[in-house]
Design a protein around this ligand. Structure first.
Ligand SMILES: [Mg+2]
Length: 364
């Protein structure tokens, strides 16, 4: 089964006006942007992947189109593991994180989709079996800053049935407002690496009363695993990190340091499903919980959902609560009463809707 073509497609889906235009990486997000990777084969099977993503899409896209695709077209689509091992080695001099690894991950996800479709079974079945037919979603809120606004949005998530809510905030008042609005919810706080170890230690004490389910990326820089490990010894709050780690090797260093309670490999950043599975195996050996980072609405989300559904312990799946007006899959992946159904179609479980792609694809 030969790979005959690789196409990158950027889809920009508007957010609802009421959602505002908050974003990450110094950019306001009026749309949620997805970099799709379409892989065609000579058997007529098409796979869909997603490569990271958002503000860095232009760089990842050109890396796939001009650097990776020429190395992949003509290869056997069923040889996922050996092909990925070879390409990781071939491209390592161009960065062990960033567009090269993101691009490989996008192709890897598409190849798993093809493997499932060829076998006539969902990827979660191919990966060893389906432990969960559905999973709780955690509402992953956009950053707001204002405690009142945070409390309002948290209140809305409760009405919609969420039992897990994650904030992207950095202050105690905003976190306390969320806790007061939702005394019984499992509340997580994602700070995106703002603090020194000393500042994080002080904040962990302040935040103790908020009874957090986990505290995510409290220390700068994200790869300061020794700092996270130290914070874990002085705070009772479980620590989560990993969305900025790429390849299984960085997770090995993270786990060896004793840095985290919850590891968050990101399907579109870490190197796809192949690398994500290796991280999950390694995490099992260290007794670390895996909750993939999935603020995506394309195959990247489905990749994380497929892997999560195979893990024995039920874990929540991240759903970016960002006011999407539609998704590539209609409402099939949207949480209902706080839970996401794991799709059971062959491959990743469901294909992106060609009508949605046609309507929102970036024509540039
Ligand atoms: Mg995060």
């Amino acid at each position: 089964m030969k790979i005959t073509n690789i196409e990158t497609i950027v889809v920009r889906i508007p957010r609802s006006a009421a959602a505002g235009s908050s974003g990450f990486g110094g950019k306001a997000w009026a749309t949620i942007d997805t970099l799709l990777v379409r892989v065609d084969t000579d058997e007529g099977i098409t796979g869909w992947g997603e490569a990271f993503g958002y503000n860095i899409i232009p760089a990842t896209r050109v890396t796939i189109d001009e650097v990776i695709a020429p190395l992949v077209i003509g290869r056997d689509a069923s040889q996922i593991e050996p092909m990925m091992a070879e390409l990781h080695h071939k491209l390592h001099i161009f960065g062990r994180s960033g567009p090269a690894i993101f691009g490989l991950g996008g192709i890897d996800i598409a190849l798993w989709d093809i493997a499932g479709k060829r076998a006539g079974m969902p990827v979660h079945q191919l990966l060893g079996g389906t432990a969960h037919k559905d999973l709780p979603a955690y509402a992953s809120l956009m950053p707001y800053g204002d405690p009142k606004r945070v409390a309002d949005v948290v209140g809305r998530t409760l009405e919609e049935g969420y039992e897990y809510v994650k904030l992207h905030e950095t202050t105690t008042p905003a976190t306390r407002a969320a806790r007061d609005a939702a005394p019984d919810v499992k509340l997580m706080l994602d700070t995106n690496c703002p603090w020194t170890l000393r500042e994080a230690s002080r904040m962990a004490i302040e935040l103790e009363e908020c009874n957090l389910f986990w505290l995510e990326e409290p220390i700068w820089p994200p790869e300061n695993y020794a700092g996270l490990a130290h914070l874990r010894t002085i705070s009772g709050i479980p620590l989560a990190a990993g969305e900025n780690a790429t390849t299984v090797m960085q997770f090995e260093q993270m786990f060896e340091a004793g840095a985290v309670d919850v590891a968050q490999p990101s399907p579109t950043k870490v190197g796809g499903i192949t690398e994500l599975r290796k991280v999950a195996t390694l995490a099992a050996a260290h007794n670390v919980t895996v909750v993939p980072h999935t603020p995506y609405f394309g195959p990247g989300f489905l990749a994380g959902l497929n892997v999560s559904s195979t893990l024995a312990r039920e874990t929540p799946i991240e759903w970016l609560y960002t006011g999407m007006t539609t998704t590539l899959y209609g409402d099939a992946i949207e949480p209902k009463n706080g839970r996401v159904t794991v799709p059971t179609g062959p491959g990743l479980g469901i294909d992106p809707d060609p009508k949605v792609i046609a309507e929102f694809r970036d024509k540039a």
